[in-house]
Design a protein. Structure first.
Length: 294
């Protein structure tokens, strides 16, 4: 999500709409006695927090490198995505707990309130999804925020469906079932974001790029005898970093700068890696000449 005036206006509109939706759903859920509507309101509340925190995280992630933070604020994007995912998981568990307590007979649900508020939530969520659709794949943080909105749109659909089923059958258990479905969607979407975020924070290799593949490609360069001490990681979903050691063929009259240019070109074309540090050495310079698994 861009933090320029255009992106800021879009985000401001979405935040404003979701605040209004959340307030209406909390009030409607309380007055109607609908757990699914309260669950949807809680989900919407996390959407608002997600968008606000995501925007702040995006602004911080654009900070330039400094003496204290040599990578700048790039990790802020991932950290905010992880925070949002954890909060959503906690909220989903609370919804499950409340849902089980509602399995016993309770006060009648007011469909006259539940159904209209459900349609208000659906309209607002659909509009929010449309507004942020273009930014959905920009980074992990925006993907988390967009998925919140997308699944909240589905949540509103389930609220409406449960209200209709209760109207025709008189069985209020459909409200509890709808809340369980909403909670399950929250858990599933949050888990995927959380898993990817933790992988990045743990400096795991980016998806689709393996150290052994990098080594194999570099060994195809005639002047390179060995590749070792490979470390590859990401600070966010858009920036990949690589460091490694190259051992040059001792019997060849190698120009290190020429080999370095070949290696950089290969890594850029094959793997799209441009942020890298390469140490060129001769045999015996580096004692640790093997990477486990290579």
């Amino acid at each position: 999500m861009s933090v320029d005036s255009h992106g800021g206006e879009r985000l401001g509109v979405v935040i404003g709409m979701n605040i209004a939706i959340t307030l209406s759903q909390f009030v409607g859920g309380y007055l109607s006695g609908s757990l699914s509507l309260m669950s949807d309101a809680s989900h919407n509340l996390t959407d608002v927090l997600s968008l606000i925190v995501g925007y702040l995280g995006k602004k911080f992630s654009m900070r330039k490198p400094s003496q204290k933070y040599t990578f700048g604020g790039g990790r802020a994007e991932v950290m905010t995505a992880v925070i949002n995912s954890v909060s959503l998981i906690i909220l989903a568990l609370l919804i499950f707990f409340e849902g089980f307590s509602r399995l016993v007979p309770s006060e009648p649900i007011s469909l006259a309130i539940m159904l209209p508020v459900g349609f208000v939530g659906l309209f607002g969520n659909v509009l929010s999804v449309v507004v942020l659709h273009a930014e959905r794949d920009e980074n992990l943080n925006m993907k988390a925020a967009y998925l919140h909105l997308f699944y909240d749109t589905l949540s509103s659909v389930f609220v409406i469906i449960s209200a209709i089923l209760i109207y025709f059958t008189g069985l209020q258990v459909f409200d509890t079932v709808a809340s369980f479905i909403i909670g399950s969607m929250m858990l599933w979407s949050s888990y995927k974001i959380l898993k990817k975020g933790v992988h990045i924070l743990m400096m795991g290799a980016p998806e689709g790029i393996l150290p052994e593949d990098i080594a194999a490609e570099l060994r195809s360069i005639e002047e390179i005898e060995d590749v070792h001490n490979i470390h590859i990681w990401s600070i966010n979903t858009n920036e990949t970093f690589l460091s490694l050691h190259l051992t040059l063929e001792g019997e060849m009259n190698c120009e290190p700068d020429v080999v370095l240019r070949k290696a950089r070109r290969l890594l850029r074309e094959k793997f799209g890696i441009t942020s890298l540090t390469i140490q060129i050495e001769n045999d015996g310079v580096c004692e640790d000449t093997e990477l486990v698994g290579l």
